[in-house]
Structures are given as C-alpha cells and as structure tokens.
Design a protein around this ligand. Sequence first.
Ligand code: HEC
Ligand code: HEC
Length: 293
Amino acid sequence: MAIGERDPHSGHLTTGHEWNGIKELNTPVPRAVWFFLILTVLFSIGWWILMPAWPLGKTYTKGLLERDERQLVNERLERERMKRSDWTSPILARSAQAILADPVLMNAVREDGARLFGDNCAACHGMSARGGMGFPDLTDNDWLWGGSADDIARTIDFGVNSSKSPYSHRSQMLAFGRDGILDNDAVIAVATYVRSLSDATSARGDSPQAVATGRTIFAENCTSCHGADAKGNRELGAPDLTDTTWLYGGDLQTVYTTINEGRQGEMPAWEMRLNPVERKILTVYVLNLGRHR
Ligand code: HEC
Ligand code: HEC
C-alpha cells in the first residue's frame, strides 16, 4: 500500500500500515492539545520552584516565594486582635457599670454578647434569656444567686453544682418525701402552705387546716434555707417562695413534686470554656437584659 494514500470515507491520509485489510488513519494529536499540555507542565514546574511543593521527610521544599499559609493566618489573626483590642481592652479594664454607661462599648457588648449568648447559653436559658422550667429567667430582677456584676460573673465563671472549683455555687433542695424526712400528708400540707404565700385566695380558701399545719412544718424544716419569711437566701441559691416567679412551677402539683423529690439545678462553669473578655461581655450583657424590663 502506498504512503500518502487517502481514505475515501473520512478523507484522512493513512499511515501506510495495514492489518488484514484494515488500514490505519494518520490522525495525530491536535496541536492545541500539545500546546496546553506543555503549558500546564511548564506551569507546574514553575509552581514547584516558587511555592511550597514537595515533601522531604520531615520538611518540604519551601519554594522561592517562601509563602507560609500558617504564618499568613497568624498575621491575619494578629491584625484582627489589634482591631478588636480597641474595645476588648477597655471592656476588661473597666467596671461593668462604666461599660453600661458607654454607648460605644455597649454596641460591641450587644452585638458580641448576643452571639456568645446564642452559642453558649440559649440552649438552656432560651434565645430571649427568659428561661423555662428549671432554667431561670435572666431578664427579670429576681435572682437566685444575686444580680450584682460580681454575683453574675461568679455564677458564669464557676457555675452551679457542676464545677469542682471552691468558688462554684452549690445548692440542693432536699427530697423531703422520697427521703422519708416528711410523710406524704406533711408534704401536701407544706406544699399547700407554700402556695398560700404567693396565692392567698386559692390555697387559703381550699384548706385552711393544711395551711396551718404546713406553716408549722415549714418553720421546722424549711426556714434554714428559705428564711423565716420564706423570702429565700442568695447565699444558698434558695428561691423566694413568696413571689409569683417560679423556677420549677407554682401549681400545687409542681410544688408538691419539688418538695417530694427535691431539685438540684445545674449550670455549667464557663471559666475554662470562654476567655476573660467573653465572660466579661456576657456578664454585662446579662446585667443589661435586666435593665430593660
Ligand atoms: C446546661 C444548661 C445551662 C447553660 C448552657 C447555661 N446555663 Fe445558666 N443556669 C442554668 C441553670 C439550671 C441555672 C439555675 C441553677 C440553680 O438552680 O441554681 C442557671 C443559672 C444562671 C444564672 C443565675 C441566675 C440567678 O437567678 O441567679 C446566670 C446569671 C446564668 N445562668 C447565666 C448563664 C450564661 C451567661 C450562660 C452562657 C454562658 C449560661 N447561663 C448557660 C443552666 C444553664
Ligand atoms: C438545704 C436547703 C433547703 C431546704 C432545707 C429547703 N429548701 Fe427548698 N429549695 C432549696 C434550693 C437550693 C432550691 C432551688 C433548687 C434549684 O435551684 O434547683 C429550692 C427550691 C424550692 C422550691 C422551688 C421554687 C421554685 O421557684 O420553683 C420550693 C417550692 C421549695 N424549695 C420548698 C421548700 C420547702 C417547702 C422546704 C421545707 C419542707 C424546703 N424547700 C426546704 C433549698 C432548700
């Protein structure tokens, strides 16, 4: 077969090879493909020389440009820190009252505080910080552990019943019924009495006898923590039982369950999980929630 023969079907020249009557067409790789192939190979060789590329045991080829992503991130973080320190330093240095009085700092507190609260606190206290069953409302001015800046900071730093720190709050409402300290009638009577403290009409009207018995039982068993006037004790985290704010609920059934089975609320400690600026922001944020009621 002659070289340069043209295939009548496709119009291509043949290479001159023939197997059992099948001829090979001469269709080389198009030039554009060669061009891009060579270009990409040259590019990658250039890239290997300029940028960090090849692992060499414990190290790697650093490249002529000595570009280091880790260092870039650190520089960027440092720049952000400098930018933030404009307001994080005064937040650390100033008292909560001074921050509350500073509209510029309060803007940062509101913004960062809302984010921190949403990420760390809202799961228990609710997005609006109004709490729920067993989780206190942080927007009212009714505090289990005190509502000063120092009190709130301590609760946030060391938690309640959850940290080993000696500064952590510890509290327990005893299980008077379950642990056999009071019999069932006595639990019902003292629950009725507790109800009468905040809701005179229903409880007193229902069973004046139980209220009278309950008062005696209360004086003997409960005043050491809740106080003779039942107004609670912030040293012990014992709630005021005379107001209409309830941590667990103020209906007779819930009050009965509280006294029968006891309660022990747990609030995590944030000392090891959030940095000092974040905790200070949250303290001021919580204080500020209470101011707008
Ligand atoms: C796992 C659930 C949980 C999370 C998360 C949580 N808390 Fe609490 N918090 C509680 C409980 C429960 C109490 C009440 C403890 C008690 O019964 O004494 C409490 C109490 C408090 C108190 C004291 C309220 C008072 O009346 O004295 C403050 C302040 C507080 N939390 C702030 C925060 C902040 C700020 C965060 C986020 C950093 C947070 N909490 C995250 C469960 C939680
Ligand atoms: C050792 C201290 C202590 C004693 C004694 C005690 N309490 Fe309490 N009580 C607490 C604490 C602390 C809480 C809050 C529990 C929590 O935050 O989880 C509480 C909570 C309660 C609540 C829930 C209030 C709410 O807002 O939901 C009721 C009701 C109550 N106590 C009634 C009583 C009665 C009645 C007695 C006596 C029979 C009594 N307590 C004795 C410490 C005590």
